[in-house]
Design a protein around this ligand. Sequence first.
Ligand code: IPE
Ligand code: MG
Length: 223
Amino acid sequence: MDGNGRWALSNSLNISKGHQKGVQVVKDIVQESVQQKISSLTLYAFSSENWSRPKAEIEAIKKLVLTAIEEQVPELIEQKVKLTFFGRHDDFGKKISKKIKEAEFNTNTSEPSLNLNVALGYGGRQDIVDLTKNISSRVLAKEINIDDINEEMVSNSSCVPEDKIDLLIRTGGDKRISNFLLYQIAYAEIFFIDKFWPDFEKDDFISCINKFNKVSRRFGARI
Ligand code: IPE
Ligand code: MG
């Protein structure tokens, strides 16, 4: 969800207004995902690298995370959307950690209409380092053998709730991955959209889904 800052600047607004508008767009895209019967939607809200931003912007984002959870959870419950956060979100402090735990508990349902995963303090390379340490320690403790390590185990040891991502959409105009879901996007169809996230509309999302549905996905085979 890239382009909040540039959207704010291009509209002569404070950066935090861009993030605020970005949250409104999230609400629309979540609604549309439920409509489209998409099983899961994973959002990149804050990367490990975003910690290097100015303190004022980080504080504004922290406040926004709290208010967004407070405002949107009732609607998520109504829509049967199951919310899961991943990444090092404990770094956001006790208040946010508590809110996250509550939101996850309150939206937990056995048959969700949509799994909504939010990456907060997440970095793909850090995740790979962490899961490597985790698997290595299990080998050292003789809980598993080296030969037990397979793609499924790597996936299950990652903090990312989804295994294989089908479609990746990056707004904002830049054509890069920026440390997102490195392992899980191995065969993702990638769409780079030349619009700032706050300008991304339901119709843009639907157009991505329609284009995705027309792609011939061969997964390396000759079909
Ligand atoms: C995406 O928008 C939101 C976050 C990464 C928190 P940006 O804040 O990166 O927007 P630009 O790239 O500065 O326009
Ligand atoms: Mg950006």
